[in-house]
Write a protein that binds this ligand. Structure first.
Ligand code: AMP
Ligand code: ZN
Ligand code: FE
Ligand code: FE
Length: 288
């Protein structure tokens, strides 16, 4: 009953994935996933399409989101699961976040130009199609125009935090990110915790415990960007604190070509039982 493969972290063309929602769901079906969470960055624009495709194709689509929150020196992303993507409060909060992104993108283009790298806002926009523009779209253009060998090099040379074309964007605080998800009825889980860049295990637990007091209910122990040792550590952390141990590939299609849908390390122990437990939790609002 609880068996069945799942993937709780994926992106569509509405953020920086290369698959439109229906194509992503079709791929999930081909990979025999029983459930797929669609978690675009700071937007729910692809969810109605994804859910409809899921119903048609027999894949359970969990409406999700991935919110980038303010954190330094590393990166903190909060995943939200089972959110009410039609909520007006949610749309209003996301509109503000998207505004910050839209102000940042032309600034990235300006920096690139100043570096002698003519990549325009329009080119990045074209790359993103109908979705919102992010750094991976600039990376695509940089690669196409021969300024970087691949995505990784585009980030290293130009786009990553600390690189010359990196531009900060105003982000919501971690507590706001969690609150936005909770208000939309969802379960908040800490995405790829290794990207926090915590220097020690103690430091990690300090951050993790703080987030739990703010309403965090899960940790993404399994991710395509985490090693087996990291996965084991985060799995234990989640168990110790009694929160959901989640996982996902962080699939972006062609914008992260090395990562396949459903892939989060062959050591990942994740199955449909987690989805059932989460559904029970939001139904009851009990303890994890
Ligand atoms: P943005 O939301 O515009 O800040 O872009 C975030 C996206 O950039 C995420 O999906 C990451 O996968 C990707 N990204 C961030 N840092 C790197 C990096 N160093 N190398 C490759 N991709 C990255
Ligand atoms: Zn992304
Ligand atoms: Fe992320
Ligand atoms: Fe992601």
């Amino acid at each position: 009953m609880n068996s069945g493969k799942i993937d709780l972290h994926s992106h569509t063309t509405y953020s920086d994935g290369s698959f439109p929602p229906a194509d992503l769901v079709a791929l999930a079906r081909a990979k025999e996933l029983k459930a797929l969470a669609v978690t675009d960055h700071d937007t729910v624009a692809g969810l109605a399409e994804a859910v409809a495709a899921g119903e048609k194709m027999g894949v359970e689509v969990i409406p999700g989101i991935e919110i980038s929150v303010d954190y330094s020196p590393g990166t903190m992303h909060i995943l939200g699961y089972f959110i009410d993507y039609r909520s007006n409060t949610l749309s209003a909060s996301l509109k503000e976040i998207q505004g910050a992104r839209n102000r940042r993108n032309p600034e990235i283009a300006k920096r690139l130009k100043a570096l002698g790298v003519p990549v325009t806002m329009e080119e990045a926009s074209t790359e993103s199609g109908e979705g919102q523009v992010g750094r991976p779209h600039f990376a695509q253009v940089l690669v196409k125009k021969g300024f970087a060998r691949d995505h990784e090099e585009a980030f290293e040379k130009f786009l990553k935090k600390g690189a010359p074309a990196y531009v900060e964007k105003r982000r919501v605080l971690p507590e706001e990110g969690i609150r936005i998800i909770e208000e939309a009825g969802g379960i908040a889980s800490l995405a790829h915790p290794n990207q926090l860049g915590a220097a020690t295990e103690e430091e990690f637990y300090r951050i993790f415990d703080k987030l739990i007091t703010l309403g965090l209910k899960g940790i993404e122990a399994f991710s395509s960007c985490q090693t087996e040792a990291e996965s084991a550590f985060y799995q234990e952390a989640g168990r110790k604190r009694g929160v959901f141990v989640t996982g996902g590939s962080d699939f972006h299609g062609a914008l992260k070509p090395d990562v396949g849908l459903g892939e989060m390390g062959k050591w990942a122990s994740l199955d449909y039982g987690l989805v059932e437990a989460m559904k029970k939790f939001i139904g009851k609002k009990g303890t994890v």
